[in-house]
Design a protein around this ligand. Structure first.
Ligand code: UD1
Ligand code: CA
Length: 472
């Protein structure tokens, strides 16, 4: 959308250009993840709750711009570069050109507050509009305000007077336990004029957005506060400690959410979810289960302890047993996977199928009631229904140059330790004897025995000196 046609309602600015030096990381701070999603993603998502006309992300690192373009462009997001990090007021001013024809409210969020929810944003915007304020910001009462901006109020009227940064605060002000969460909303008509009046005469030599409070009041504007209840969740992340704290709070919220929706966890504290994990009722999760992005479990799925599951769909009543690692798989109704199974990208495990211990599957379809119980590699295969894959079967799908596909029809019996050199077709109901190497197509209903390296009874090696009676 052309940046100059936006007119009504509210828009959002997300500040994400800060250096994040306290993280000691090559990755820009706002791209560190909480519950599998970049902090910036959580914040952009929370802002969407008020249906913004547009979301402007202020960045300085190219990775941040790339992230927004790749993940949030469909939400009418644009990126604006802040060339020098001269402070939060300077960052907002950098967006001015995006709002030349916009006269609604501008909501300003910080990209390092991953626990901000759409619900808080909505209530905040509603409160600002109903107070008919020019500027409103979110304050919170916290046990330990160290490092945060303090909300200074008039001793008699209790009206807000200013926000004072920790580094600029005197001893009295440092006693204040009401802090600025870094979430603001202002009428666009007054916002940029106020920002231009802000100076950098403070301990950090930065242009602080927090000064719009004192300056706005001086100009006779209505400046108000909105006090957030869930204060803990609104502390920003500046260090790895705070990142792990945010993760902890987020995970606890998810654990409660799933338990409220009928999921049993033996040891909830040891189960880790992604922000987008979907779990049906009556699922049961053992200890030390971790979910990466993109997992959906239908009802009554059982996941035993010590499994990692990512980008996977699991149909109802399937079972995933201990120490299984599943990424990019689909598991059918009543199927059993593991213990010690590895399912890689595009593994499609059919209903009632069984993938047992030390079986690795990649880009393969395994049919209804088919079983691969032990010690196999199944890659680039299309396997029909009720097939038995014997222990030690290997699909040799790679000839050093290309990957090839093998088809195994219904009711085939693959004997133990068979090597299937792809591409081949094994016809319906065929059997391969143990230890066969299959290099050609096998006709339906046939038994194939390949004799390579095979010892039969008469081949047993005798001690060198001992001769058979017939030879004497
Ligand atoms: C800020 C507030 C403080 C508040 C706290 C809440 C200021 C001056 N202080 O402090 O009152 O209690 O948040 O978490 O605003 N950023 C830019 N460009 C810059 C500087 C920062 O985009 O030039 C971005 C950062 O990426 C970050 C956000 O602005 O997302 C806040 O900056 P940060 O340095 O974390 O401010 P705090 O010291 O936490
Ligand atoms: Ca911060």
């Amino acid at each position: 959308m052309n940046s100059n046609v936006v007119k009504q309602g509210q828009s959002v600015i997300v500040l994400a250009a800060g250096k994040g030096t306290r993280m000691k990381s090559k990755t820009p701070k706002v791209l560190h993840k909480v519950a599998g999603r970049e902090m910036l993603g959580h914040v952009i998502h929370a802002g969407l709750a008020v249906s913004p006309e547009k979301t402007v992300v202020v960045y300085s690192h190219a990775e941040v711009q790339e992230y927004v373009t790749n993940n949030h462009s469909h939400h009418n997001s644009v990126c604006v570069e802040q060339k020098e990090q001269l402070g939060t007021a300077h960052a907002v001013l950098a967006c001015e050109d995006e709002f030349t024809n916009f006269d609604g409210d501008i909501l300003i969020l910080c990209g390092d507050v991953p626990l901000l929810t759409g619900e808080v944003v909505e209530r905040f915007v509603t409160s600002h509009k109903s107070q008919n304020n020019d500027v409103t910001f979110v304050s919170a009462f916290v046990d330990d305000p160290t490092g945060l901006g303090r909300v200074v109020r008039d001793e008699e009227t209790d009206e807000v007077r200013a926000i004072v940064e920790h580094k600029d605060a005197n001893d009295m002000e440092r006693q204040i336990d009401e802090i600025n969460t870094g979430i603001y909303i202002a009428k666009s008509k007054v916002l940029f004029d106020l920002l231009r009046k802000i100076g950098d005469n403070n301990s950090q030599g930065e242009f602080y957005i927090t000064d719009i409070v004192a300056i706005g009041l001086k100009e006779g504007l209505n400046v108000g506060t909105f006090t957030a209840e869930n204060a803990e969740a609104l502390g920003g992340v500046n260090s790895r400690q705070q990142l792990s704290y945010a993760e902890d709070l987020y995970q606890n919220a998810l654990r409660d959410y799933y338990m409220d929706h009928g999921v049993t966890m033996i040891d909830p504290q040891s189960v880790f979810f992604s922000y987008d994990t979907k779990i049906g009722a009556d699922c049961e999760l053992g200890p030390n289960v971790q979910f990466g992005k993109g997992v959906r479990l239908e009802n009554s799925v059982y996941v035993e302890g010590n499994c990692y599951i990512e980008d996977t769909y699991i149909n109802d009543t399937a079972q995933v047993l201990s120490f299984s690692h599943l990424v990019g798989a689909e598991i059918g109704h009543k199927a059993t996977v593991g213990p010690f199974a590895r399912l890689r990208k595009d593994s499609d495990i059919g209903d009632c199928a069984k993938v047992g211990s030390f079986v690795e599957v990649k880009k393969s379809k395994i049919g209804y009631k088919t079983s691969a119980g032990h010690l196999s590699y199944i890659g680039d295969a299309v396997i029909g229904n009720e097939v038995n894959i014997g222990a030690g079967t290997v699909f040799a799908n790679y000839d050093g140059a290309a990957k090839h596909t093998t088809t195994v029809d219904d009711n085939v019996f693959i004997g133990s330790n068979t090597t299937i050199v792809s591409p081949v077709k094994i016809g319906k109901g065929a059997t391969t004897a143990a230890n066969s190497i299959i290099t050609k197509d096998v006709l339906a209903g046939t038994l194939v025995v390949s004799k390579v390296n095979r010892l039969d009874r008469e081949d047993y090696i005798r001690p060198a000196k001992q001769k058979r009676e017939s030879e004497i």
